[in-house]
Design a protein around this ligand. Structure first.
Ligand code: UDP
Length: 238
């Protein structure tokens, strides 16, 4: 693989991708493969921070449709992201690579609180930093968290790992005429209302001039390929 295009990145991994082919929970072989991919990406010489979603366990919107208030449902969703981060941290450390979970919510018995200083310190020490708990606020998503944290810690790109290989004009699983975009501007991404990532995340990326690369994590090695410019995905920038 060639030289990496970025020095520090935030990689967003959805909770859904932790479930493997299942609809709920953590599939251990899948999480192990993601850990191996993240380690390989870091070995390219890139400082890697990871925002993990929680949709494989709880999503606030879904919980709130069952009689729990939305903010409470969102708290459950944010706690789900902490569980996923702890599982990923363990998977990375099984390969003798140091990782550290930093949470947006205070839980000293479980993991350290996210601060920019802690993130800078651990990234420069060569740890993979896992960012848990979303933004710490209800009504946001972990996509938005990824852009927010990237801006806060001075990352040069957000890599949005998902189960499709980019942004499409429509859902490629439902519409055979859906076409994949090679490149989109931030404004086109906001206005297009594409389902792959929420508009708040694209708008914040526009505000902070952060490129977002949307790609599929299904193939082993896909993170490294995106980092070296040889992968397949949609670049949202400019
Ligand atoms: N969440 C939240 N605030 C945040 C980030 C996440 O309230 O800043 C909650 C929200 O309920 C969301 C859940 O955590 O549905 C899981 O996050 P997300 O849906 O982004 O996970 P993913 O779809 O990536 O697995």
């Amino acid at each position: 693989m060639g030289e990496p295009l970025y020095r520090r990145v935030v990689i967003k991994v959805s909770g859904e991708s932790f479930a493997g082919g299942q609809s709920f929970g953590i599939d251990q072989p899948t999480i192990d493969r993601i850990a191996v991919d993240l380690i390989a990406a870091q070995k390219l010489g890139v400082e890697v921070a990871v925002v993990v979603g929680g949709g494989n366990i709880f999503r606030g919107v879904e919980v709130s449709s069952r009689g729990v208030s939305r903010p409470t449902g969102d708290s459950m969703g944010m706690l789900a992201t902490v569980m996923n981060c702890l599982a990923l941290e363990a998977a990375i450390e099984r390969h003798a690579v140091p990782a550290r979970t930093l949470s947006a919510m205070v839980m000293p018995q479980v993991c350290e609180l996210f601060t920019r200083a802690a993130a800078h310190k651990y990234l420069s020490e060569g740890r993979i930093v896992l960012l848990a708990g979303g933004t710490g606020n209800p009504f946001f998503t972990t996509d938005t968290t990824a852009v927010l944290r990237a801006a806060e810690i001075g990352a040069s790109a957000v890599l949005k790992a998902t189960n499709v290989d980019g942004v499409y004009s429509a859902d490629p699983k439902k519409d055979p005429n859906a076409t994949r975009f090679e490149r989109l501007s931030h404004s086109q991404a906001v206005e297009g209302n594409y389902k792959v990532m929420d508009a708040t995340a694209f708008a914040l990326a526009r505000e902070t001039s952060l490129p977002i690369i949307v790609f599929s994590i299904a193939e082993p090695g896909s993170i490294g390929a995106i980092l070296t410019g040889t992968g397949r995905g949609t670049i949202v920038a400019g």
